[in-house]
Design a protein around this ligand. Sequence first.
Ligand code: NDP
Length: 307
Amino acid sequence: MGYSERGNQEWQKDQEKGQTTMADILDGKALAATIHGEQAEKVAFLSKKVGRPPGLAVILVGDDPASHTYVANKRKACHRVGIYAPDINLPASATTDAILEAIDTFNRDPAIDGILVQLPLPSHVAKDKVLLRISPDKDVDGFHPANLGLLVAGEPGLVACTPRGVITLLDRFKIPIAGKHAVVIGRSLIVGKPMALLLLNRDATVTICHSKTSDLAAQARQADILVAALGRPEMIGRDYIKPGATVIDVGISRGTDGKLKGDVLFEEVRQIAGAITPVPGGIGPMTIATLLDNTIDAYRFHAGLTA
Ligand code: NDP
């Protein structure tokens, strides 16, 4: 039996008694599979009511092999749960204007509820212009300033998939957030900042760390919930962990051996943490599950369904 539902005090009691227990593994892959099953039921039910399925346009520009894999996984997940997901592959030479034109088409298309432009874009493309062009009500990545503003205000809107996926995972594993000290390492617009805001909106006390933070380990050791989103493979070892803490590893890097690595030194940290997400099989699958949740939310909004 692990600790995710019992918290730090229980963990410490066991430690005092000389009993060491490995952290609970927060299996994002299994949870995402459960969520996809629920989504498939929801989509089948709602499609009958609305008269069409939800639609997600994933726009891929260029030949980056990692992006091709990510997009293929997203489209496969859509097909599995019954979301319409047309293939839109533009060549690496596509101009900013050509991409804007594709976005305009989908902004107008009533069969499309969500639009996602896979990043990174080729360097000649004006990324900010592209992301701004997506209609905020179809911005399933939650990157548009209108949605970021709603998040800052604590109002409902479309929220970036990875941080929303982390909150879903914490909730599904019944890990309390309110009143806890959360430390987020990373302040990107895609992960760190929205993550910190979501935790704050759920009444955690939040510390945000970044590359200029002094004594990062001391900051991290305050965390009941530590979110590592820095993109530095296996940098977070036991010195960064408060005993019994919940450790969420967002980082994904490919090692020289070709294997995926997180930001956390998993085998070491699991001996001191209360609960931990693995890489792979943790937050990655939750990000895709959340993309489909965002698409279904946008679909409900477009169909005028509230409950
Ligand atoms: P960015 O590179 O945009 O941001 C990294 C952040 O980490 C920055 O704020 C940076 O600080 C901070 N940082 C970097 N090095 C250190 C350090 N040594 N100490 C403290 N802080 C540091 O990356 P992203 O936010 O886009 O992604 C982070 C990681 O998450 C990556 O590994 C990425 O692959 C992964 N990821 C995983 C996803 C998933 O589905 N699981 C989805 C999205 C991302 P500063 O601002 O000062 O530069």
